[in-house]
Design a protein around this ligand. Structure first.
Ligand SMILES: C[S@@+](CC[C@H](N)C(=O)[O-])C[C@H]1O[C@@H](n2cnc3c(N)ncnc32)[C@H](O)[C@@H]1O
Length: 260
């Protein structure tokens, strides 16, 4: 059921992921295995009106994989938690939806992403947003204190997805929503791919088989409400594209409700 991590060096993986996303924060104009920035965001489905009044530098470093903002349906006054908030684009989009009386907490493990997001929030006056350094597998957030958990392109990077969904369920109030975009596969990936830290950091190697992914969410105490495929998402390097074709690597957006 869990992603095959038998011979994956999780410490190496963490340092590769941090290195890659430090680069995305500091040099978003460079080429990665994946696309970044406003063009990508708009192609995935973000409305220009959702992007126009948030910091452009956060959008430049956007490295998400799908649009889920409609599924999240963040409402005025709510508290949202963004798992793997990166340079902050999704946290800022959520902040506009929950308004000045709401709250958004972004969680990330990469210093450069946190520094950039925090600076941008202060500069643009997003007082309802804060970024915390932590792992998404161990959230520094109180039980049942959040209305909505969001995440874009991050959970595939975790070697312990059950812990991530258990933590999301713990911090959500009963009836709370989990709205995410992520990468899954049609076929279970072989060890040659799951143990390749650079394919993992590029959001492919850690992708879980889609039925197992759904089951892991349900096991954490959620009911899956809807799932849709994001045909607009594509990987850019040849190596990444080959794995994508062979194993049916796909981006999905998903809404689940906390039931227990
Ligand atoms: C693909 S980027 C997505 C960032 C952001 N959601 C966006 O759409 O631009 C992945 C982010 O997740 C963070 N991340 C990956 N694994 C993590 C973990 N286990 N705990 C905390 N942050 C993590 C990385 O540091 C990086 O900023």
């Amino acid at each position: 059921m869990s992603t095959n991590v038998k011979t994956l060096d999780t410490q190496e993986l963490e340092s590769r992921v941090k290195e890659m996303y430090r680069e995305v924060a500091e040099h978003p104009e460079r080429e990665f295995h994946f696309e970044t920035g406003r063009k990508l965001a708009e192609r995935l489905g973000y409305q220009p009106s959702e992007l126009d009044d948030i910091p452009a530098e956060a959008i430049d470093s956007f490295a998400g994989v799908g649009y889920y903002v409609d599924l999240a349906d963040a409402r005025t006054g709510e508290t949202a938690l963004d798992l793997g908030s990166g340079s902050g684009m999704d946290s800022f989009v959520a902040a506009r939806k929950v308004g000045a009386g709401g709250r958004v907490i972004g969680i990330d493990m990469t210093d450069a992403q946190l520094e950039k997001a925090t600076t941008l929030a202060a500069r643009a006056g997003f007082r309802q947003v804060e970024f915390r350094k932590a792992y998404i597998e161990a959230l520094p957030v109180e039980d049942a204190s959040v209305d909505l958990v969001i995440s874009n392109g991050v959970i595939n990077l975790s070697a312990d997805k059950a812990a991530v969904f258990n933590e999301a369920a713990r911090v959500l109030r009963p009836g709370g929503r989990l709205a995410i975009a992520d990468i899954v596969t049609t076929l279970q990936l072989p060890e040659g791919v799951t143990c390749d830290a650079s394919l993992w950091a590029a959001c492919i190697g850690g992708a879980m088989q889609r039925d197992d992914y759904r089951q892991t969410i349900e096991n954490a105490g959620f009911t899956v409400d809807s799932v849709r495929e994001n045909e607009q998402y594509r990987f850019v390097s040849e190596r990444a594209d080959n794995a994508t074709q062979k194993y049916g690597v796909k981006s999905i957006s998903l809404l689940a409700l906390k039931t227990t």
